[in-house]
Design a protein around this ligand. Structure first.
Ligand code: ADP
Ligand code: MG
Length: 139
C-alpha cells in the first residue's frame, strides 16, 4: 500500500524569481495538504547530505552548489498516494520534457534548476521530511 506523505522543496531558482506564492497555490490546487513548511537555506554540506544518493553522478557538485546558492522552501505534503501523485504533478526532471501545466514546465529554468524537488519513494519522503522538520513542526 502506498503512503500519503511526500516531501518537496521550492528550489533557489524559483524562489529568486518570486514564484513561491504561485507554486504553493498550485500545490494546494492539486489537492496536497501542507503538513509542514519552512523558509530556509542549505549549506553546501547540507546539500551534499540531502543528495548523497547522487554523489557519484556527474552533476552532483553543480547540483549541491545550486541547491546551496540561495534560500528554499521545504515542505511536507499529504495526499492519497502522495509520492506518485506529486511526481506526476510536478512533471519530468527536465522542464523541457515536463507536461504542459506541470510545476516544472511552468517554473523550471533547466534540468538542474527545475523549480521543485519531489520525493521518489515513501521511505525517502519520511527521511527527507525528517531532514528538515522536528515532530513538533509537523501538523
Ligand atoms: P528528480 O528530481 O526528478 O527526482 P533526480 O533524482 O534524478 O531527479 O535528480 C535530482 C536532481 O538533480 C534533479 O531534480 C535536478 O535538479 C538535478 N539533475 C538531475 N539530472 C541532471 C542532469 N542531467 N544535469 C544536471 N542536473 C541534474
Ligand atoms: Mg530524485
Amino acid at each position: 500500500m502506498s503512503g500519503n506523505i511526500t516531501f518537496t522543496m521550492i528550489k533557489p531558482n524559483a524562489v529568486s524569481k518570486g514564484f513561491m506564492g504561485q507554486i504553493i497555490t498550485k500545490i494546494a490546487e492539486g489537492g496536497f495538504t501542507i503538513k509542514a513548511l519552512k523558509f530556509t537555506r542549505l549549506s553546501k554540506e547540507q546539500a551534499e547530505m540531502f543528495y548523497a544518493v547522487h554523489k557519484d553522478r556527474p552533476f552532483f557538485d553543480a547540483l549541491t552548489d545550486f541547491m546551496s546558492s540561495g534560500p528554499i522552501y521545504a515542505a511536507i505534503l499529504e495526499k492519497e498516494n502522495a509520492v506518485e501523485a506529486y511526481r506526476n504533478y510536478i512533471g519530468a526532471t527536465n522542464p523541457e520534457e515536463a507536461a504542459e501545466g506541470s510545476i516544472r514546465k511552468l517554473y523550471g529554468t533547466n534540468i538542474q534548476a527545475n523549480a521543485v524537488h519531489g520525493s521518489d519513494s515513501d521511505e525517502n519522503a519520511i527521511i527527507e521530511g525528517n531532514f528538515f522538520f522536528s515532530e513538533l513542526e509537523k501538523f
